[in-house]
Design a protein. Structure first.
Ligand SMILES: C[S@@+](CC[C@H](N)C(=O)[O-])C[C@H]1O[C@@H](n2cnc3c(N)ncnc32)[C@H](O)[C@@H]1O
Length: 267
């Protein structure tokens, strides 16, 4: 049913204007079978002529397995992921690796995470921070934070992490009031979606010029692009993405990894 477009058109059985790509030739074939990825053909085409029917890769389960097999996941991260996998709310290993890579590229020393849960993404960041580095980890869930703290200890990084238990909006505001504006290099936002704009405004104050803010779930199960889905969180994310697109205070790059992440660099 997911594959059935609400208009009644089966988007994966193909329309007359959609052709399946020939991967070997890296160009479309003439056969008309659709625009949805299959294991044999993970390429999909933008179906708008203005993009020149550009072909892009779309992950199938087999291809995603391949991606995951090419992630260098630290043993302690694997252990944490396996212990808490049931929740399905933590970032994926390839996302965590990208966050850590961004921190390394930036040479970040001071980081913030909003939405820590049991610590998977924050641990990935803490592991690559220098010994003098600091990560402020904000979450309102005391039980989840206990698990996170246990793993920071196990990984030998707890001296780099300051856990802030409470409402993230208040934690961020207290950091601002504490004179910490423009003193952070990197922030990761992954908490309640309806509050994203407010968190983003605070993070923008806390991060220095040239610093990076990464926002998770910007594609929100794909619902942001489905005009028939209009629940509160989807609308929030859609509005947030729209505002960010026009926000000249940052450069942006929306990346279709995991549930979608936008990387922002403060100008
Ligand atoms: C998607 S999970 C974070 C996952 C984590 N980044 C990871 O990859 O392991 C979202 C977290 O945001 C926290 N959260 C939701 N609303 C919050 C709020 N108002 N203040 C602080 N934390 C909040 C939840 O308690 C939850 O742990």
């Amino acid at each position: 049913d997911d594959l059935q477009h609400k208009s009644g058109r089966d988007v994966c059985s193909g329309g007359s204007d959609l052709r399946t790509p020939d991967i070997r030739l890296n160009r479309p074939t003439d056969s008309v079978v659709g625009n949805c990825p299959t294991e044999a053909s993970p390429l999909v085409m933008a179906d708008d002529e203005k993009y020149g029917n550009k072909m892009v890769i779309s992950l199938t389960p087999r291809l995603y397995d391949y991606v995951l097999n090419n992630v260098r996941e630290h043993e302690i991260l694997k252990q944490l992921r396996e212990e808490t996998a049931i929740s399905q709310i933590q970032v994926s290993p390839d996302q965590a690796q990208l966050l850590a890579m961004l921190v390394e590229i930036l040479g970040a020393k001071r980081c913030i995470e909003v939405g820590v849960y049991t610590g998977y993404s924050s641990l990935a960041v803490a592991l690559v921070l220098p010994e003098s580095g600091r990560l402020v980890a904000c979450d309102k869930d005391a039980n989840a934070l206990e698990v996170a703290k246990r793993y920071y200890e196990l990984a030998g990084v707890s001296h780099k992490v300051t856990v802030k238990h409470g409402l993230a909006a208040e934690s961020l505001m207290s950091m601002i009031q504490n004179g910490e504006e423009s003193s952070y290099d990197f922030a990761f936002l992954d908490a309640d979606k309806a509050m994203y704009q407010e968190y983003f405004e605070s993070l923008l104050r806390l991060v220095r010029v040239g610093g990076v803010i990464v926002i998770d779930n910007v594609l929100w199960h794909g619902w942001v692009a489905d005009s028939t889905v209009n629940d509160e969180r989807t609308i929030s994310l859609r509005n947030f993405n729209k505002k960010l697109m026009d926000d000249q205070r940052v450069s942006i790059s929306m990346v279709s990894i995991g549930d979608g992440m936008t990387i922002c660099r403060k100008r």
